[in-house]
Design a protein around this ligand. Structure first.
Ligand code: C5P
Length: 227
């Protein structure tokens, strides 16, 4: 079984995906990590983010330099043997990710890996695919598709709280502005833009707590698949 969860930054895709994966005993792929890791490699190797030859090369090299390692705390991400799990979450890397993710060559380089992961894990226990285009371009035949939405101001507030909880300083206006710019880049790019699949269930998480989002998603999955 393949379940896709798409939507903009800070909408709660990661939280819902992890909760569903735990609840259903499914595998999980956060596809944004692949774009973040590509951007991380570009920044590390001093690539020009606008040079698609260099960025596509980074995306191709990622599949050799990148490793998922299961730990008790979840999945760790290694690049060239270095644990970069925390570095990949930086907002600077997220913004750079949305620049390289707008390039067709980069998307092509990462597509087969995601599709193979979905097919293999979907045929095993089941898989949750989390991203921007998993229901449209990566797994158009997924069994259940969700598209999450939320008011951008609420999404920015959530990000501020997340950073503050990590003991970091956070400026609402800067975060809101960066989020709006990233959403616009993701929604307006030519290749595989951020749009709901025609058969996606739209869930607005603005006024819902984590548990309510999980329960709504589970009830859709039950009614669609009997799971
Ligand atoms: O979800 P996350 O914030 O980690 O994604 C970082 C960036 O990667 C997004 O802003 C988007 O540009 C890109 N992305 C994408 N397609 C996906 C997942 C992420 O274009 N399936």
């Amino acid at each position: 079984m393949i379940i896709t969860i798409d939507g903009p930054a800070g909408v709660g895709k990661g939280t819902l995906s992890k909760n569903l994966a735990t609840h259903l005993g499914f595998h999980y792929l956060d596809t944004g990590t692949l774009y973040r890791a590509t951007a991380f490699i570009c920044l590390k190797d001093n690539c020009d983010l606008q040079n698609t030859q260099q960025t596509a090369k980074a995306a191709i090299s990622l599949l050799e330099r990148y490793d998922f390692k299961p730990t008790e705390a979840g999945f760790c991400t290694f690049i060239d043997g270095e644990n970069v799990q925390r570095s990949l979450r930086a907002d600077e890397v997220g913004s750079a990710a949305s620049v390289v993710a707008a390039q067709t060559e980069v998307r092509q380089a990462l597509k087969a890996f995601q599709q193979q992961f979905a097919q293999e894990k979907g045929a095993d226990k089941g898989v949750i695919m989390d991203g921007r285009d998993t229901g449209t371009a990566i797994c158009p035949d997924a069994d259940v598709k969700f598209f999450l939405e939320a008011d951008p101001k609420i999404r920015a507030e959530r990000r501020v709280k997340e950073l503050q909880d990590m003991g970091k300083s956070a400026n609402f206006d800067e975060i809101y502005q960066a989020m709006v710019e990233r959403d616009a880049r993701d929604a307006n790019r030519k290749t595989d833009p951020l749009i709901p699949a025609k058969d996606a269930h739209i869930l607005d998480t603005s006024m819902l707590c984590v548990e309510e989002v999980l329960q709504k998603a589970l009830s859709v999955i039950t009614s669609e698949s009997g799971k």
